[in-house]
Ligand binder design. Structure first.
Ligand SMILES: [Zn+2]
Length: 394
């Protein structure tokens, strides 16, 4: 029997659902599916040493077509490939995404986007990522997601995995592409508790046979995960600066007439000006590395790019690393919501999270250092629950 999961999510920051051309002129499901798979892989890798392949690597799962039974086929697949498909094995669902209404909105930066005496990188970035993707090309508001599980494809269990996965993403991640730049924050009323969601994924994996192999150390994994969710009061001085900037044509991105606006993640992620001093998460991390390497600029640049993403050369080799730190735009739950929320998360050592915490306190003038939750603490809770459950059964 065909199974269906239909749900509506409320986008709290725009959904970036770019297609192959990189533009968001309609909702491309591939970007959403890509983000679902990415999160699923990371979660799986953190659970009891389970393996999830890197679909871009040589060692990705693949079926030869010579397998004789479904059992044999499944034993060659990691949980992510089993659900999302790979060579020789179909994805367990189809997704149809629609934006019911897209509301115009503005992003506010403290930088001037076209002033020639501004840092060229800032101008390039603001134009490339935001201005050239006009506001109405990004979905903001209600988005409907319909997951269709064809008959004979483990519909029920696949449906439960998607529910659990979306719940995790709603609690501490994002959906669609470019989460590191602030996109894809969403609210979903149907989400389950974070612990329940992780438990559902764990139960599925532990109860079945999958391909066994070793995860690479630098792959994104729940074991390296941490997240911070903090409220930011409407009268916060830094928020007020954004509010003011939003009314300046030269600083606002998108129509200045829109009722909705968000302070742009860019400034928080990279650098903020204020009181003759630079701040910002990348800037703070760079500064710390600079001190730790005894002012070695090259080493500092490399270390910073390993965490915040970028390219660098070593001899004749070119390296490229995606960001390991993700920063939301400060967002509200709706126009009636007085205060903002900010979500920052990463897949790094806790030392990076410590720098981020301190810098957030500094940027927003918070009384206390914000708390973070680590993937390791979530895993420990799951293990504790499993032990208790086992003792109960005995
Ligand atoms: Zn795989």
């Amino acid at each position: 029997m065909i199974k269906k999961l239909e749900l509506t999510v409320q986008m709290l920051s725009p959904l970036w659902a770019a297609g192959a051309a990189g533009k968001c002129d309609r909702l491309h499901e591939t970007g959403i599916i890509g983000s679902l798979r990415w999160w699923y892989e990371a979660i799986v890798r953190g659970l009891d040493g389970c393996y999830a392949c890197d679909p871009a690597s040589e060692s990705r799962c693949e079926l030869s077509g010579k397998e004789k039974s479904d059992e044999e086929r499944r034993a060659k697949l990691c949980p992510a490939c089993r659900l999302f498909g790979c060579g020789g094995w179909k994805r367990r669902f189809r997704l149809v995404a629609g934006a019911g209404s897209t509301e115009p909105f503005t992003l506010a930066s403290l930088f001037y986007k076209n002033k020639s005496n501004e840092d060229e990188f800032n101008r390039w970035w603001l134009n490339e990522i935001f201005e050239s993707n006009l506001a109405d090309r990004l979905a903001f508001g209600k988005v409907t997601l319909t997951f269709i599980f064809p008959a004979g494809t483990d519909g029920e269990e696949s449906l439960n995995q998607i529910k659990a996965l979306l719940s995790v993403m709603a609690h501490c991640g994002s959906i669609g592409a470019k989460g590191q730049y602030g996109f894809g924050q969403f609210a979903w009323e149907g989400k389950t508790k974070l612990e329940t969601a992780l438990k559902d994924i764990q139960s599925f994996i532990l109860g079945r046979q999958f391909k066994e192999s070793k995860n690479e150390n630098d792959w994104y994994s729940l074991e390296k995960f941490w997240y911070i969710n903090i409220p930011l009061m409407d009268d916060n001085a830094q928020i007020k600066r954004f509010e003011k900037a939003r009314l300046e044509q030269e600083k606002s991105i998108g129509p200045t007439t829109g009722k909705l606006y968000l302070p742009v993640s860019f400034d928080i992620r990279y650098k903020l000006k204020g009181g003759g001093k630079w701040s910002g998460l990348r800037q703070a991390y760079y500064q710390k590395q600079f001190e730790e390497t005894n002012n070695d600029k090259k080493q500092t640049e490399k270390k910073t790019r390993l965490i915040f993403g970028g390219q660098w050369h070593e001899g004749s080799d070119q390296h490229r690393q995606g960001s390991r730190v993700f920063v939301s735009h400060p967002y509200k739950h709706g126009p009636g919501d007085e205060n903002y929320k900010l979500r920052v998360w990463g897949f790094t050592d806790e030392s990076v999270a410590e720098v981020v915490k301190k810098e957030l306190q500094n940027i927003f003038g918070l009384n206390d250092t914000p708390e973070y939750t680590t993937g390791l603490s979530l895993i420990a809770k799951l293990q504790q629950k499993n032990r208790e459950g086992y003792e109960h059964e005995v």
